[in-house]
Design a protein. Structure first.
Length: 194
């Protein structure tokens, strides 16, 4: 897997983008990346996981930034294990945070020659998190890329999230937390590519 620091470095063919902060790369993230990989394989495109070099809150609200669940190197190793051809690791800066959701997504899709964008249904992006799954769907229709919204993954009836994993770790439930952080763990619901 090749690591890019800017979408302008991409020289591959058409791409399928998996967007997210991917804090920890838990089983929900793994389901999303597997979905993107499957679509890329079907379309003969590259699977590109797009993330940031740090948690956005560490720039926007440092006092509220959560503890890191995995290092950037560990995240990239998980991306590679899940079949990503590239990881686009953007520096999260105040300038990037100030970009409108439309401008951010347009530049990403055009520079990466994206034929599909895969996100979780709760994914937010752009200035003040104004971009969401609905906007990706609208822009996909205008820009001719497939918008694929992956449903959340549940474990023991709870939504799998980095917040849940931090709660489990702080309450001493390390075994369950580690299972949720295992990209090979079974899930209650695995989305399939469209």
């Amino acid at each position: 897997m090749q690591i890019l620091r800017s979408e302008r470095e991409y020289t591959g063919k058409a791409s399928v983008l998996a967007l997210g902060t991917f804090d920890g790369v838990h089983i929900g993230h793994a389901a999303l990346i597997r979905c993107a990989h499957g679509i890329a394989a079907d379309l003969g495109a590259d699977c590109v996981v797009c993330t940031f070099d740090r948690h956005p809150l560490s720039v926007l609200h440092p006092e509220r930034a959560p503890a890191q669940l995995t290092t950037l190197e560990e995240k990239c190793a998980k991306f590679a294990a899940l079949g990503a051809d590239y990881a686009l690791v953007r520096a999260f800066t105040p300038e990037l945070a100030a970009q409108s959701a439309e401008a951010y997504l347009t530049a990403l899709v055009q520079n990466m020659r994206a034929v599909a964008v895969v996100v979780g249904e709760n994914h937010r992006f752009g200035f003040h998190g104004q971009g969401d799954a609905r906007l990706i769907g609208e822009m996909g229709a205008k820009m001719d890329f497939a918008a694929v919204i992956v449903p959340p993954v549940y474990d023991e009836g709870e939504l799998v999230s980095s917040t849940l994993i931090r709660r489990l770790l702080s309450s001493g439930q390390r075994e369950r937390a580690e299972r949720l952080l295992s990209i090979h763990a079974p899930t209650e619901n695995r989305p399939s590519p469209p």
